[in-house]
Design a protein around this ligand. Structure first.
Ligand SMILES: NC(=O)c1ccc[n+]([C@@H]2O[C@H](COP(=O)([O-])OP(=O)(O)OC[C@H]3O[C@@H](n4cnc5c(N)ncnc54)[C@H](O)[C@@H]3O)[C@@H](O)[C@H]2O)c1
Length: 331
């Protein structure tokens, strides 16, 4: 009956002229974070095809039905629930599967539970999506990025963690509120671990190139207290949100979308993603965040950020915290 609604065109008239590559993404984990990433990528027209996988198949089905019902309102994207094999040929894999923090739990408390999951997951992903950039979101994200790198055998540029992209956004949001300017016009970074040892790079905070503090910033007691309060609010943001609603999801979904777009559209954005340190800031064999250029290769290069001695010492401390965890892992 439907056939009568259209006329089949001769093949040569419907051959597609594809002006840009078809882009496929696989999202692992249909929890709060995975679905926020999916929703954000969908409404920002990021992918041509999105496959979502979760071991909880009923939840997955429900989530994808819900998302699918919104498709008439957005730019065309194929969205489906599937297996890892259905994600074959993906250009990007976003990994959000795993245990999350319970109220009061630190990100590092999750290590062993999530390493166990990744030991099954990563070889399977590499088998089916050998050319995909792996973007790890599961916490503790720096450890899980390193674990993914080792288990995958992929080049280090292709294995990225969302790192301190979210913390950097929180920092910029809070500072921008205080200064009454748009957060997009303020440049500021949180580097190191996505977690308790992260470092605020106060010496580089600037609005349109005007530095707020300078390299040897000496401030009034009151200003120092305000800075400390902002940094504590950044560092404790996840604990505060989790205490109130059980998970953080929207901001990380938006952050992941920006990383994915920078990769798929070769945008060369500078983002504080987590990647393997290979002598950067004197750090080696650990994944953590420094501002890095994110392109079609994944992490194209990590920037040399000039730090004050105090910031430098804090970054080294953050590296040691992560290396202490890594040395106890059996990979
Ligand atoms: N990097 C960041 O900035 C950031 C921010 C927020 C949350 N997170 C982390 O993201 C992760 C997910 O958080 P959430 O709130 O979505 O948790 P959630 O519990 O809502 O979802 C996790 C999902 O993973 C699925 N899962 C578990 N094992 C799996 C496997 N082997 N294969 C496929 N799916 C599997 C579960 O069924 C569940 O649906 C947590 O580790 C959390 O700490 C990271």
């Amino acid at each position: 009956m439907l056939e009568s609604l259209w006329t089949t065109l001769p093949k040569q008239d419907i051959d597609l002229v594809i002006h840009r590559p078809y882009q496929k993404g696989l999202i692992i984990g249909a929890g709060q974070v995975g679905m926020s990433c999916a929703y954000s990528m969908l409404i920002q027209n990021t992918l041509d095809e999105m496959v979502i996988y979760d071991i909880n198949t009923e939840k997955l089905k429900g989530e994808v039905m819900d998302l699918g019902h919104g498709l008439p309102f957005v730019q065309p994207t194929k969205v489906r629930a599937g297996t890892i094999a259905d994600g074959a040929g993906a250009d990007i894999v976003v990994i959000t599967a795993g245990a999350k923090q319970k109220p009061g739990e630190s990100r590092l408390d999750l290590v062993h539970r999530n390493v166990k999951i990744f030991k099954d997951l990563i070889p399977n992903l590499v088998e089916h999506c050998p050319n995909a950039v792996l973007l790890v979101v599961t916490n503790p994200v720096d450890i899980m990025t390193y674990v993914s790198l080792k288990l995958s055998g992929l080049p280090s540029s292709m294995v990225i963690g969302s790192g301190t992209v979210l913390d950097t956004a929180r920092f910029r949001y809070l500072l921008a509120e205080k200064l009454e300017i748009a957060p997009q016009s303020l440049h500021a970074y949180i580097i190191g671990e996505h977690g308790d040892s992260e470092v605020a790079v106060w010496s580089k905070v600037n609005v349109s190139g005007m530095q707020l503090f300078g390299n040897d910033y000496d401030s009034t007691e009151e200003k120092m207290q305000q800075m400390e309060k902002i940094f504590m609010d950044v560092k404790n943001a996840a604990y505060e949100v989790i205490q109130r609603k059980g998970a953080t999801c929207y901001a990380i979904g938006l952050g992941v979308t920006q990383i994915v777009q920078s990769i798929l559209r070769n945008q060369n954005r500078v983002l504080t993603v987590s990647s393997l340190m290979q002598g950067h800031a004197g750090l080696k064999d650990v994944c953590l965040s420094l501002p890095a250029v994110v392109s079609a290769h994944g992490v194209a290069r990590v920037l040399n950020l000039e730090l004050t001695p105090n910031e430098e010492e804090q970054l080294q401390h953050s590296g040691r915290v992560l290396q202490d965890i890594l040395k106890d892992l059996d990979l």
